[in-house]
Design a protein around this ligand. Structure first.
Ligand SMILES: Nc1nc2c(ncn2[C@@H]2O[C@H](COP(=O)(O)OP(=O)(O)OP(=O)(O)O)[C@@H](O)[C@H]2O)c(=O)[nH]1
Length: 188
């Protein structure tokens, strides 16, 4: 049933500064379409099924308005959310610096030590205007136990990977802990 909420439904929120390409990533992923024109988002939601380890997960992708350091995190983006796509533009240091601020707001709101997340360096096609090195993105992700990738909605590069990796982060957290290692010694 289209749009039905099932046990497998996962809610993913896309956050980041204004104009970093959040809507463009979602549009490219869901509709295979890229628009040059810029319309600031208020909030939209789209659904697409993503497969992970042979299981289909209908994912609700919640595309948000751009944040700045003064924006308050809407409670809707903290409660009942399974995973986060945190987007900066590789051509904007300010948008990169916003990632930690937004991530900390999520932790603050949820009271959790970490949440399933992927940090995305968007507009990777803008090579000559690059202001954030790949290594910096990777390090930020490591520090926050998040995944990381660079993507271009314009060139449709790594766009599907963004959402697949986010789902992977979510399901890693949901996975039961591995069985304890056998010591080779059985205590009866
Ligand atoms: N070169 C390039 N431009 C992009 C890319 N993705 C988005 N853009 C452009 O960047 C501008 C902003 O894109 P949006 O997707 O609307 O950005 P947003 O983050 O949703 O913006 P807000 O709704 O204000 O938060 C638009 O003019 C897009 O065409 C990309 O991968 N490469």
């Amino acid at each position: 049933m289209p749009g039905a909420v099932t046990l497998n439904t996962r809610k993913i929120v896309i956050l980041g500064s204004r104009s970093v390409g959040k809507s463009s990533l979602v549009k490219q992923f869901v509709d295979n379409h890229f628009a040059e024109s810029y319309y600031p988002t208020i909030e939209t939601s789209a659904t697409k099924t993503i497969r992970y380890q042979g299981v289909d997960y209908p994912c609700e992708l919640i595309d948000t308005a751009g944040q700045d350091e003064f924006s308050q995190l809407n409670s809707q983006y903290a409660i009942g959310i399974h995973g986060y796509v945190l987007v900066y533009s590789i051509a904007s240091r300010k948008s990169f610096e916003m990632i930690q601020i937004v991530y900390d707001k999520i932790l603050n709101y949820t009271g959790l030590p970490s949440v399933p997340a992927i940090i995305v360096g968007s507009k990777s096609d803008l090579r000559t205007s690059r202001r954030v090195d790949a290594q910096e993105g990777q390090q930020l992700a490591r520090e926050n136990q998040a995944a990381w990738i660079e993507a271009s909605a314009l060139q449709n590069q790594n766009v599907a990977r963004v959402f697949e990796l986010c789902l992977e982060e979510i399901e890693k957290t949901n996975a039961p802990p591995p069985p304890p290692k056998s010591s080779g010694c059985l205590v009866m």
